[in-house]
Design a protein around this ligand. Structure first.
Ligand code: NAD
Length: 338
């Protein structure tokens, strides 16, 4: 069947084309902090590749962008090997995809009842791991490609709300994970000053945060208005009994003197989770920082463990995105078509 044969070749060629484009965009975004296409366009191409690989698993290569997190770290910094990989999050782009995620949880857990979800804003910054030994900050690292990140300890030490020493009752060794972001007021003030001085402005707060964190001179980072907010833990030494739920872990993290998000809530059902998404969407533009969606995570840690991970993301969490604000017009999109 020649028609079917040539369609198969087309799909395989298209997959290669998508892999090449996505690898290039990843490099521009993660390594150079300089994206050349809007996120919505990147997401659309990634989805297309995921759909092709879903329908034709033999076309999935081990180095496919669908299997990878971020990009290889810059050699300007020392490497840090993450004891627990720092993964990405799967996305839901609309209400149906979010309901599908919830139904999948119930199916995988073999339980048709409600699943408690922790609800958080999805901060638009850069993922950072903070390692505390005996309560003292001894290392900070970027996510990098998930396995290996960059050692940015000197830079992170300059962020005002990152405690150099934990308070209260903490594990001997604990890795606190979260997002470093540039609040909007600081971002706008920075760009205004840069503009007045004829300097380079940042495209958005995410690039501002990622770029500021990867300065070779930490005095420059110190002048950037950055903040840290935790969204979870990495490795924890076993001298410490962790609570059974993520929401209680957040209270624990807070008691150590670390910022957690004030919007953080627990939803007891799908309807409550949807209401959180709608409510956060309404106040999105009055928040002092940029967000691009909500993150939902299974609250019960034993259930998280049963659900486990896929290649690049946990099965127990999802990023439910807000509609893209930077969606381009149809005419402009033609230029970005690959
Ligand atoms: P992601 O940003 O979609 O999700 C994972 C990240 O979310 C985590 O690493 C963490 O840093 C962050 N996060 C924020 N709040 C969180 C919370 N409450 N809990 C957990 N994590 C939280 O992941 P990604 O894989 O780094 O990047 C994909 C995104 O980057 C997409 O939006 C994509 O469009 C964009 N991107 C764009 C380009 C481009 O060329 N425009 C290229 C690559 C990636």
């Amino acid at each position: 069947n020649t028609a079917a044969d040539s369609a198969a070749v087309d799909v395989s060629a298209r997959a290669q084309q998508l892999r090449d484009a996505l690898n290039l965009y990843n490099h521009q975004y993660y390594v150079l902090d300089n994206p050349t296409v809007p996120d919505a366009e990147y997401d659309r191409l990634l989805r297309e590749l995921q759909d092709i690989e879903g329908a034709r698993p033999e076309l999935k290569t081990p180095d496919s962008p669908t299997q990878k997190v971020g990009a290889t770290p810059l050699s300007a910094f020392d490497n840090v090997t993450h004891e627990m990989p720092m993964l990405s999050l799967d996305n839901a782009m609309n209400a149906t995809e979010f309901a599908d995620f919830y139904a999948r949880l119930q199916k995988q857990l073999n339980d048709t009842g409600d699943v408690e979800l922790v609800c958080e804003p999805k901060l638009d910054g850069a993922a950072v791991s903070l390692l505390y030994q005996d309560g003292v900050l001894i290392r900070a690292a970027t996510r990098g490609d998930g396995e290996t990140g960059e050692n940015i300890t000197d830079n992170v030490r300059t962020i005002n709300n990152v405690p150099l020493r934990l308070s209260g009752d903490y594990p001997q060794r604990v890795e606190i994970r979260g997002e470093v972001y540039m609040p909007l007021a600081g971002f706008e003030a920075y760009n205004q000053k840069a503009l007045a001085a004829g300097g380079k402005v940042f495209a958005n707060p995410r690039n501002a945060a990622a770029g500021s964190l990867r300065q070779l001179d930490s005095k420059i980072t110190a002048r950037r208005p950055l903040e840290f907010c935790s969204y979870g833990l990495g490795v924890v030494s076993d001298d410490f009994a962790l609570p059974a739920t993520l929401s209680d872990i957040f209270q624990q993290i807070h008691s150590w003197g670390i910022k957690i998000n004030p919007e953080l809530t627990v939803a007891g059902s799908l309807a409550e989770a949807q209401a959180f998404y709608a409510g956060l969407g309404d106040k999105r533009h009055s928040l002092p920082y940029e967000i691009d969606g909500t993150v939902f995570k299974v609250n019960n840690l034993a259930l998280q463990q049963r659900l486990g991970f896929v290649a690049r993301a946990p099965r127990w969490a999802i990023a439910y995105k807000f509609p893209a604000v930077e969606q381009m017009t149809e005419l402009e999109q033609v230029d970005f078509q690959v």
